[in-house]
Design a protein. Structure first.
Length: 213
């Protein structure tokens, strides 16, 4: 058996694929590439594939992580074969046999592009006012129900580049059991500063020591 980490980018029309769609696409891609995946045992075996903290629908990713197990030894030719087998929007970047476990992820970096129809009210000063508060309470929604969290505890850093009709924001958020969504940051801006359009790109993951995975 061979354990591999596949790094890939998700862009274009692929941002509208769900996590399950992406998993199915990868499973088919491995078949087309002639790379036999190891399968789990039991009544309903499934391919041994896992994506670290899957992105929500609508998010792009520049350095996503997929761990897999191949039912063979040796990775020679695996990268090029898989590149050729994947559809537009899912770009294979690298294949690694040695890698840091996904459980060591502690931070995710996002790039947000905010646009306003009537000119941008957002400035670095107003972001500074937001971050200067003692708490930034936001409502986090999940299948288990709504929960109020203090977003300030999860923000590692924020930088802003104002634009004529909006801003580009780089946002570092903590990752523990699960990532904190950058959508909560947009929620925290309130009605006055909330943009008319936002695009989200996850640039990558980092460990506690600042190592990029």
């Amino acid at each position: 058996m061979l354990k591999l980490r596949i790094k890939f980018a998700k862009s274009g029309r692929a941002v509208y694929l769900s996590h399950l769609d992406i998993m199915r696409t990868f499973a088919r891609g491995f078949v087309r590439a002639g790379l036999p995946l190891k399968h789990s045992e039991g009544f309903n075996p499934h391919p041994c594939l896992s994506i670290a903290h899957p992105l929500p629908v609508g998010f792009a990713g520049e350095n996503e992580l997929l761990d897999c197990e191949l039912a063979r030894t040796g990775a020679e030719g695996a990268l090029e074969a898989l590149k050729a087998a994947m559809p537009e929007g899912l770009e294979i970047l690298s294949a690694e046999e040695e890698f840091t476990p996904a459980k060591d992820i502690r931070m995710a970096r996002y790039r947000l592009k905010l646009e306003y129809d009537a000119g941008s009210p957002l400035t670095a000063e107003r972001i500074g006012e937001l971050l200067g508060r003692d708490e930034i309470p936001v409502v986090k929604r999940s299948k288990k129900g709504d929960k109020t969290v203090d977003l300030k505890e999860h923000i590692k850093s924020v930088s802003i580049e104002p634009r004529a009709n909006g801003a580009e924001i780089t946002l570092d958020l903590t990752v523990k059991e699960a990532p904190i969504s950058p959508r909560l940051f947009i929620q925290s801006l309130g009605e006055e500063l909330r943009p008319d359009y936002v695009s989200y790109v996850r640039e990558g993951f980092y460990t506690e020591d600042g190592e990029r995975l």
